[in-house]
Design a protein around this ligand. Sequence first.
Ligand code: KIV
Length: 257
Amino acid sequence: MKDTQQLIAQIQNKRGQRPIAEITAYDYPMARMIDEAGFDLILVGDSLGMVMMGHPDTTSVTMEHMEHHIRIVANGAPNTLIIGDLPINSYDSPEQALSNARRLIAAGADAVKLEGGQSRESAIRAIVEAGIPLQAHIGLLPQSVKGEGYRMKGKSEEEAQSIIKDMQAVVRAGAFSLVIECTRHSLAAQITAMCPIPTIGIGSGHGTCDGEVTVYHDIVGAFPWFVPSFVEPKAHINKDITRAIKSWRDELQIPQP
Ligand code: KIV
């Protein structure tokens, strides 16, 4: 039986000891391999809309998609803290945020994540006060990409100050950790130095945060059609898969196209 509070305490104690490692998973084999390898956190991210469903961004992901993938990840990861991402438009009021956070917990998540800082303070507080641990997410917010585009955040002093205020808001509201996505690297380091909870970077520079999060497909080379520029893939499994399926096809002597 997983002890969520103990796992969160362990993550918070790792601050400054060694980098915290978080990775996404969307199905049973991914979750089981990650669980057996030993990670601090698994994120069932709404990035599944892109790497599992082939959409250009995360904005078509629904609560039903998230519940389905959380259920199958939970089946494969009995030892690792699982964070379920609240999809776009599922936390527009504190009441809606809490009710949907409860749905993700019922599906098997141990904690939830949502995007935004100052504007989401009351939604985060409602979730945390109900006893659900929450990871916050500031900097580049993929769910806002249609308005804002994919670009590094915090380049202007005004934007940097607003991201620092986002950090302060999520800390006040009770988040247990904080993803900082694609901010100027020195800003991520500055926020980490000021922040009382662990920071987890993605595209915000190496060594600037207490840990890092990566998308599974990016790191193993499972989605070759788009790899973010800041990712260094550790494998190219797409090549092995293509080789294996072609080899089987050729054994059948199916005429090549
Ligand atoms: O959905 C996701 O995978 C995420 C990470 C990029 C942090 O939010």
